[in-house]
Design a binder for this molecule. Sequence first.
Ligand code: PAF
Length: 280
Amino acid sequence: VIVCNTIESFREARQHLGPLAFVPTMGALHAGHMSLVKIAQSHAPTVAVSIFVNPTQFGPKEDFSRYPRPVEADLALCEAAGVQLVFHPDLDQMYPADAARLQSDLPALTRTLEGASRPTHFQGVIEVVTKLFNIVQPQTACFGEKDFQQLAVIRAMTRAMNMPVEIVACPTLRDPDGLAMSSRNRYLSPDERLRALCISRALFEVQKRAAADRNVASLDSILRERLDDPSSDVPFVLDYAVIVDASTLAPIDRIDRPARALVAAKVGSTRLIDNVALGD
Ligand code: PAF
């Protein structure tokens, strides 16, 4: 694997290569990321991965400084998976101190759900993914469905700005007990991990019921009921548990179109998100 720490060296390496599929990451790679790499490999002969913990998508009270950065292990995983190019820039490459910042937004998609409690998060994601697309010049880019709102925002961004990049949605990878894989799972204590399992269990139950019951109010109450566990003393603070239209992320009353059930909760001090598809 060729590892480039500067935009110039990446561009130099990239210019000799043809169509490229891209997996943007913040590192701390796990099997979920590697499944994105595998999907990327089925889309283009060359795959590039970026590893960059992007400060602009973290709020002031979020975990930017403690976000895991196991770079050697990440590079070994990329090498073993047959990734050809890794872009691993430092902060100054991506955000030079003397460069003005161009910030854009897609208010129809970024104000709700994650955006309600993380008001500048998606502007940061839009900013860094635009930069990465301009540097990497991919034909295809793979994003996990676990960050479902991010996927919707990126799709809308490429469409709104006519970016010539095909966005591929990749299914969420789960541990055998159902917990959605996430770099943040490593923060969970064994008790917190056990409590966190109610998130995927609640979502799967609602997914199963939605096959027969199309009424969102009743599915909503099942979702909330299953997330509650009065017998546990692990701090669990629900941020949202909603059922929305899968493309607009707007609330719906009936499952009469592709829909999504999404949950975000803080388990101990770790914020987790997960979601499942409902309807056809
Ligand atoms: O999903 C992520 O890991 C990040 O939000 C991304 C897309 C790499 C942008 O920093």
